[in-house]
Design a protein around this ligand. Structure first.
Ligand SMILES: [Zn+2]
Length: 461
């Protein structure tokens, strides 16, 4: 069958625009269900909703795939300046903060550079360090998890990180470098305070005040589930491409940008392509597998479980495209983790005539689900995110309760859904034997990570 791409493209963009269900998905996920920490009833409700949508849209084999999640929750986190009558100080535990009851003198150590830690000297022993997790501009940048280890080694009982955002905003932060891909204990219990509270604590540090911190938290295992569905390929059904995005959020966040935006586009691309198959008889050549992952916010455990379960025996996917934080800018192209598909993907993008560009990251990017695939040597890609060139200046909402539905640009997401449908359909029509072969071995990836682990990811700052 000769494909009339002009006709197909018009149909796909038209359906993605006029038939769009993006807004109702966003309302369901962000407003009706709300925060979706993996393993909570709300997160399961979201997963069931997504499965139901896949099924209603006529996709094959819509299902939940369950696994045992290593999870964490906290009930209470408070701080109080000792010998002061003031109100308790708002804090947020860093993710996986252990249960903690500590007090000690506040010690301001700036950015926590080696020099600043050395200068604090004995004062840091049994103290509560107040530190800016950002980067001191005049010295070699060191990732915060490494600075945390040094602060703990110097004897700090706990660490108070100062959020870079202003106006009382507080984000959940990890104390661990995700490139290590395991949940190590905090070097010292670490909590977050707002920028304004941070300045207040710094003043108190100069006055020799003590801070008492209490965190009630617990670690446990609980079932969680990824959601999967397929559009079976008409010509090479045993080969596949994956389009995925995570549906979970951090605690308290309705997850509009992060990541109802990506989830809604996964659903829309699935719906639009499925409808094309039904109404026009045009099916993808290879299979397209659609997925929403759970527990991305918990060290990518959902996508990790999926890769473990499927890619011991199954043929590896030709490509995995990860959608995360799509409200930070409009669609500009694709960023590959490994270089070998660059020209190949660029050719497909060129045929779409939208000025879309294919880039390749020179560093391993561990901060979303494509990393689980990269670790297995699977060609993976993300789209532009908040950390990349061309983002909307106000689009910096993700791990906080302000990441609400109003942060999401529905029109952009419609365009993403249409453009991704066109790209995936094109890629699926290329015979698997004509794809440039991948030469990436998991060992090579491990070696690259080992080389980069002490460095800052360049696109982060
Ligand atoms: Zn995300």
């Amino acid at each position: 069958m000769i494909l009339d791409w002009n006709d197909i493209d018009r149909w796909l963009m038209g359906e993605a625009w006029v038939g769009s269900r993006i807004l109702s998905h966003l309302q369901e996920l962000c407003d009706r269900i709300g925060p979706r920490w993996a393993s909570t009833p709300e997160e399961r409700e979201a997963a069931e909703y997504i499965r139901g949508q896949f099924e209603a849209d006529g996709l094959a084999d819509a299902r939940l795939e369950e696994f045992e999640l290593q999870t964490w929750s906290y009930d209470r986190a408070t701080a109080r300046v000792q010998e002061e009558d003031g109100p308790s100080i708002p804090i947020l535990p860093y993710l996986w903060c252990p249960p903690t009851t500590v007090s000690g003198p506040l010690v301001d150590i700036g950015f926590g550079t080696a020099r600043e830690i050395a200068e604090a000297g004995a004062r840091l022993r049994a103290g509560i360090a107040v530190v800016d997790p950002g980067l001191e501009p005049f010295t070699t940048p060191v990732p915060f998890p490494i600075r945390l280890q040094a602060i703990a080694k110097a004897g700090a009982r706990a660490v108070v990180g100062i959020d870079r955002k202003t106006g009382g905003r507080l984000e959940f932060q990890p104390a661990i470098d995700w490139r290590r891909h395991r949940i190590d204990p905090h070097p010292a219990p670490t909590v977050n305070v707002s920028r304004e509270t941070g300045l207040y604590l710094r003043r108190l540090s100069g006055a020799g005040k003590n801070l008492a911190i209490e965190v009630e938290s617990r670690f446990y295992t609980a079932p969680a589930a990824n959601v999967l569905a397929e559009l079976t390929g008409a010509r090479w059904p045993d080969r596949h491409i994956v389009l995925g995005g995570h549906h979970d959020t951090v605690w308290h966040s309705p997850g509009g940008n992060d990541n109802a935006s990506g989830t809604a586009v996964v659903l829309e691309a699935a719906r639009v392509l499925s409808r094309l198959a039904r109404e026009k008889g045009i099916r993808p050549g290879c299979t397209i597998r659609f997925a929403t992952w759970t527990a991305e916010e918990q060290m990518l455990q959902g996508s990790t479980a999926y890769v473990r379960r499927h890619y011991g025996t199954e043929k590896l996917p030709l490509l995995m495209v990860n959608l995360d934080e799509l409200s930070t800018g409009n669609m500009k192209g694709v960023i590959l983790q490994f270089p070998h598909l660059r020209e190949f993907v660029q050719q497909q993008l060129d045929s779409m005539q939208g000025g879309l560009v294919c880039h390749v990251m020179s560093q391993m990017d561990a901060w979303s689900d494509h990393f689980s695939f990269s670790l297995r040597g699977i060609p993976s890609a993300i789209l532009w995110r908040w950390r990349f060139f061309g983002r909307y200046p106000e689009a910096d909402y993700h791990h906080e309760h302000g990441d609400t539905l109003d942060k999401v640009r529905v029109r952009d997401l419609k365009e993403y859904a249409g453009l991704l449908s066109r790209l995936l359909l094109r890629l699926s029509q290329v015979p698997p034997g004509d794809w440039p072969p991948s030469a990436v071995e998991p060992r090579t990836v491990e070696e690259q990570i080992a080389r980069e682990i002490g460095t800052i990811h360049r696109t982060f700052h």
